[in-house]
Structures are given as structure tokens and as C-alpha cells.
Design a protein around this ligand. Structure first.
Ligand code: FES
Ligand SMILES: [Fe+2]
Length: 444
């Protein structure tokens, strides 16, 4: 459990909050490059409680700007995205990707007023099919050196989904290795396709060990291996400041996966989901599952066939990435399916996670929890984040990875090791993203 004060500290992200200030020191993956078309419709986003508009200009540059016109505050969402700028439809003032006003067609021709007028903007860069935004001041660091964002495009799939709860409870779901063989399992004797559950199902009482690192926390879950009393199966998840998780490869589709759990505001999270192979292009079968999102699909499987959920308020940020499953339809639970086929009866891995996490309420009351031994990773991540916030607020120290992008070059690991070999030592070479193939053991 957590004190009410700490629960506030670790969940609130608005301007001026300790956590909001902490996150603003990092580049934030904010929107898919593919969501922004050349001279296309401006895209409503919200990051850390701030409403913004993203657009791509005629030259392909991305602007992330405040959503209201400097003149009399008309919404720039209705703006004409033309000739390297966004032109307000009210009186025609035009702003470039830096927020500078570049045209005032209703002012005298010899007026220099436009040079004195601008709207707020944040630096934006693109890498790995993602637009990254820096909200922490005039001198951004280098982009985080994630392997998934730097491999060939054919080796990585990225998708976006809004989850209607606070970022921390979404993140805590992914570092909790023990829910897989329950929430994501089948009860009809068939094996699950996406999750690596073979070992998990034969040992549903994992032992957790955690390690503080300079980038966050490595969380290892140890399981017995059926019929082999000389080995353990280790799954090592990674938590990276400020809001990233990485999960080990699954059994049938060997990719490293993970998320940025980007706070839209205190009550909603943009789940930026990445899956990649460090060495080879993703198989077509894998991509089909990721893209089409059948029952076993990943994030994209949440969407309606048209993309956005039609019943949603179109003014909401990230409207095209809102799930068709929500509290309003009980996340599509099928009670008959729960009785006969799947443990949960919920339609697919991510609706299963979302139903549990969103169903807690926007910000779960952690004073009411009763944590067990398998929650060791969650406890350590909270502690480690709180310590980093204290360092920042009391000692003025920036987190190491905010200034050293190379600290993001890590991998998650799923592998068997001889029992006498400790996981810290045994997985060390495989936890580095160093260009070699990654380590995973296919359950027999
Ligand atoms: S309000 Fe935008 S140009 Fe007047
Ligand atoms: Fe899950």
C-alpha cells in the first residue's frame, strides 16, 4: 500500500507538480508520424495535462503548438494547414511550426505586428515512426537511444491506444508478471498465442527479485521448469524512467515488446506500444496480428474497423486511438466465454489488462491495497521513482537518463538458466541492446 500523499505524488502530472516536472525533462513520444499528413488535418493531442495541436507542414516539418489563435483565441484545430503554416479560419492569421505568426492578412500591409506575435510551441522530432515532444525548456537533450526506435522500420511495429486511467496503474500492470497465467490464460486446454505462458502456466507462483539500475528497475520473475530440476526460467522486465516498460519475448512470436505509458493527463494514458526484433524483419503473420487485431491482437485490435470509435466525443485528444472497449460496454466481456474458453471472458490481452486497470477507477486508491510477494517489482518501482523525485526537488539533480540517452539501450529477457547461476549475472549480457540477437528460450 501507499500513503495518500505518496499516491498523489506518483500520479499527478500537471504543470508544477513534482512528477510533471520530472517527466518534462524527457522527450515524450506523443503521436505517430503516420497520424500527421502533409498539409493534413491538425491532430488534437494532450500531454501532461496540456492541450496541444500537432500538424505537419508543406515541407514535412512537424509543429506542436498551443491550440488557440494568438489573436482572439479561436481554435486552430479548424485552421487551414497550407503553405508551411496553420492559418486561423477566423481572420486568417497564420503560424509556422515554431508558433511564430508569419501572416496577418487583415492588418495593414506595412504592419510589422506579426513579428511580435507567436503562440506557444514545443520542440518536436521524429524517430522510429513516432513524433517526440520536449516540454522541459529551451535546450533539449538528445532523443532516448531506444533500440526499437532505431532499428529498420520492418523490424518494429508501433501502435497507439488511449487507456482511460492514470498512467501509473497502466504501467504497474505491465511490470506485474504474475497476472499473465490468470488474466490472459485459457481454460479450454489450448495454448495462448501471444503471451509466453508455457512456463508461467506450470508455475503460477513466481519468485520475484528486483534490481535498482541507473535507468530504473530490472524486475526478475523466477519459475520452475517442468521436468527439469537443474534450471529456472527467468523473465526480466524493465522499468525505465520516467514511464517506460519492456517485456520479454513471447514463446511463439519472438519479439521484444513494451510501452511508453504517456500521461495524457491525470486520468488518461496514451499507451505507445512497440514490438520489435533486433535483427530481422517481423514476420508477416506477426504483423497481421498486430495490425488487424483479431481476438489475440495487440493495441490495434481495440479499434473499430474505421479507426476511431464513433460514439466518442470528436473533441477528445487522440480520438482515432480510443478503444471500442470501455467501461460503457464492460470491455466486451462474454460470460459464456468465461465459463468455457478463457479465464477472463474478456476479448484479448489488452482489453483484459484495460478492464482490470481502468475498472479500478481513474486513480486507484493505493491506501486500500494488500500487496503480496509477487508485487515486489511494483513496490520497488514506486520507491525508485519517489527517490528520483526527491533527488530532483530537494537536491536539484536531474535523473541520469534524462541527460544520457545511451542508458535506454537495454532489453528485456526471457530465458532459462542453470539453477546455480544468478539472474543478475546470467542475464547481464542479454540485458544490453548491443546489436546481437536477443535471448529467449522457447518452451518445449
Ligand atoms: S482569432 Fe485567429 S485570426 Fe482572429
Ligand atoms: Fe497483461
Amino acid at each position: 500500500m501507499l500513503s495518500a500523499e505518496d499516491n498523489e505524488l506518483l500520479t499527478r502530472v500537471g504543470p508544477g507538480t513534482p512528477l510533471g516536472s520530472f517527466m518534462r525533462q524527457y522527450w515524450i513520444p506523443a503521436v505517430g508520424s503516420g497520424d500527421l499528413e502533409l498539409d493534413g488535418v491538425p491532430y488534437r493531442i494532450r500531454l501532461l495535462g496540456e492541450d496541444l495541436l500537432a500538424f505537419r507542414d508543406t515541407d514535412g516539418r512537424v509543429g506542436v503548438v498551443e491550440p488557440f489563435c494568438a489573436h482572439r483565441r479561436a481554435p486552430l484545430y479548424f485552421g487551414r494547414n497550407e503553405e508551411c503554416g496553420l492559418r486561423c479560419v477566423y481572420h486568417g492569421w497564420k503560424f509556422d511550426v515554431t508558433g511564430q505568426c508569419v501572416d496577418m492578412p487583415n492588418e495593414p500591409a506595412d504592419s510589422t505586428f506579426k513579428s511580435k506575435v507567436s503562440i506557444g510551441s514545443y520542440p518536436a522530432r521524429e524517430r522510429g515512426g513516432v513524433v517526440w515532444v520536449y516540454m522541459g525548456g529551451a535546450t533539449p537533450p538528445e532523443l532516448p537511444d531506444f533500440e526499437w526506435a532505431s532499428v529498420d522500420a520492418a523490424q518494429c511495429h508501433v501502435s497507439f491506444r488511449v487507456q482511460e486511467c492514470n498512467w501509473l496503474q497502466a504501467l504497474e500492470g505491465e511490470i506485474d508478471s504474475s497476472h499473465g497465467p490468470f488474466l490472459h490464460s485459457r481454460i479450454d486446454g489450448r495454448s495462448s498465442t501471444v503471451m509466453s505462458l508455457a512456463y508461467s502456466m506450470t508455475d503460477r507462483r513466481p519468485r520475484f527479485e528486483v534490481l535498482d539500475t541507473d535507468y530504473g528497475v530490472a524486475i526478475a520473475a523466477r519459475r520452475n521448469v517442468d521436468g527439469d530440476d537443474t534450471s529456472y526460467y527467468w523473465r526480466v522486465q524493465q522499468y525505465l524512467f520516467p514511464f517506460y516498460t519492456m517485456v520479454p519475448p513471447g514463446s511463439r512470436y519472438p519479439t521484444i515488446g513494451g510501452h511508453a505509458w504517456v500521461p495524457i493527463d491525470d486520468n488518461e494514458t496514451l499507451a505507445v506500444c512497440f514490438s520489435y526484433h533486433p535483427a530481422t524483419p517481423l514476420a508477416e503473420k506477426v504483423l497481421t496480428i498486430f495490425r488487424d487485431g483479431t481476438r489475440d491482437g495487440r493495441e490495434s485490435g481495440h479499434l473499430t474497423s474505421a479507426g476511431a470509435s464513433p460514439e466518442r466525443d470528436p473533441r477528445l485528444p487522440y480520438n482515432a486511438h480510443r478503444s471500442r472497449y470501455s467501461v460503457t460496454n464492460d470491455f466486451g466481456i462474454d460470460w459464456e466465454d468465461q465459463r468455457t474458453t478463457h479465464f477472463s471472458g474478456l476479448p484479448g490481452p489488452w482489453p483484459q489488462d484495460a478492464a482490470c486497470q481502468v475498472g479500478m477507477g481513474p486513480i486507484v486508491d493505493r491506501t486500500q491495497e494488500r500487496l503480496g510477494s509477487t508485487d515486489a517489482g511494483i513496490v520497488r518501482v514506486r520507491r525508485s521513482l519517489k527517490r528520483a523525485l526527491t533527488k530532483m526537488t530537494k537536491e536539484g539533480l536531474a535523473p541520469a537518463s534524462a541527460v544520457d540517452p545511451s542508458l535506454f539501450r537495454v532489453r528485456s529477457v526471457g530465458m532459462t538458466l542453470p539453477r546455480e547461476v544468478g539472474w543478475v549475472e546470467g542475464t547481464a549480457p542479454h540485458r544490453k541492446a548491443d546489436g546481437q540477437d536477443f535471448a529467449y528460450t522457447v518452451p518445449s
